[in-house]
Design a protein around this ligand. Structure first.
Ligand code: NDP
Length: 319
């Protein structure tokens, strides 16, 4: 079968392309810059790439950019989207590429005679950002939750807003145009890097081990990148898959992530204290039932953090 992966140079997509090639798929993969070795060499070096991988230049902001990449495909995995938190112009840098880009990709899928399903990489950012209910240890976040765009505008959570608006628009467009859409909604993704460029979520782990004296006062959900890539493939191969799939192995406060790292790497200098004296935000639960129904198995956070730090060291991102 032939499948398309958008944003193939990225952290998650590189693992997705690797696993798709391993499983025998022919992959049409889009990248923004074909001439940059840092964006393409690690893909060309994957097993099976010579025989079954084609790289195609496409940009989220260009109308019709994905037409050729999507043509003849049985599945489209749309992962491309800007992922960073600081933007001078959030509309142009985050909201437009996420929202217009998603619609651009979906437009290329309309009336395709070969296409069976589109799997969109959304995020927990599009699920859990709302004012109520308060997230407490009794609350279970599940796939019925939708983030509140007004809350995100008010709090200037521009990246989270970009993912929320993109997913919302995708569901509407898919319904109107009879496209079989499934979304994968991962939490913060850790795990080894295949690409040579540091991505935002690996940078979050690097921040623990780069000598900083403090950790942030936040609780976040974690999931391993290999589980995320696998979930995309399972969501395509499992005919009865539908709707959204939240992916969270565990929610931990950063103080606990530091504890795990201290046990794993006793000789690395880790942050000693929290950045402020406020009470720690509560740990909430995230439902795993739906993702488990795909047959997904979870990599424990301990293994994922270990592999992330080793990969960061190997790629010389750590001092
Ligand atoms: P990366 O930054 O590694 O990958 C993002 C990809 O999007 C890159 O390939 C990038 O291309 C591409 N992209 C960005 N803007 C454009 C554009 N204008 N045109 C074409 N391509 C573009 O991040 P991740 O792999 O972590 O993220 C992949 C997806 O997963 C995103 O949709 C993200 O929102 C989602 N996600 C990530 C999580 C995480 O913790 N990592 C958690 C939940 C969801 P280029 O290489 O050229 O910059």
């Amino acid at each position: 079968e032939v499948v398309c992966v958008t944003g193939a140079s990225g952290f998650i997509a590189s693992w997705l392309v690797k696993f798709l090639l391993q499983r025998g798929y022919t992959v049409k993969a889009t990248v923004r810059d074909l001439s940059d070795p840092k964006k393409v060499d690690h893909l060309f070096n994957l097993d099976g790439a010579k025989e079954r991988l084609t790289l195609i230049k496409a940009n989220l902001l260009e109308e019709g950019s994905f037409d050729y990449a999507v043509q003849g495909c049985h599945a489209v995995f749309h992962t491309a989207s800007p992922f960073f938190f600081i933007a001078k112009d959030p509309q142009a840098e985050l909201l437009d590429p996420a929202l217009k880009g998603t619609l651009n990709v979906l437009k290329s899928c309309v009336n395709s005679p070969t296409l069976k399903r589109v799997v969109l990489t959304s995020s927990i950012a599009a699920v859990a950002n709302k004012e109520s209910p308060n997230k407490t240890p009794d609350v279970v976040v599940d796939e019925t939750w939708f983030s509140d765009p007004e809350f995100l505008r008010r709090t200037e959570g521009w990246y989270d807003l970009s993912k929320t608006l993109a997913e919302e628009a995708a569901w509407k467009f898919a319904k109107e145009n009879n496209i079989d859409l499934v979304t994968i909604n991962p939490a913060l993704v850790s795990g080894p890097l295949l690409q040579p460029v540091l991505n935002t979520s690996a940078a979050a782990v690097l921040n623990f081990v780069n000598g900083s004296p403090t950790f942030k006062n936040v609780s976040v959900g974690w999931i391993d990148v290999r589980d995320v890539a696998n979930a995309h493939i399972l969501a395509y191969e499992n005919a009865s898959a539908n709707g959204r799939y939240l992916l969270v192995e565990r929610v931990e406060h950063h103080s606990n992530a530091v504890k795990i790292l201290r046990d794993l790497f006793p000789t690395i200098q880790l942050p000693e204290k929290c950045i402020d004296d406020k009470p720690y935000p509560a740990i909430y639960q995230v439902s795993k039932e739906k993702a488990k129904s795909l047959g997904l198995e979870y990599t424990p956070l301990e293994v994922s953090l270990k592999d992330t730090v080793e990969s960061l060291k190997e790629k010389k991102f750590t001092p």
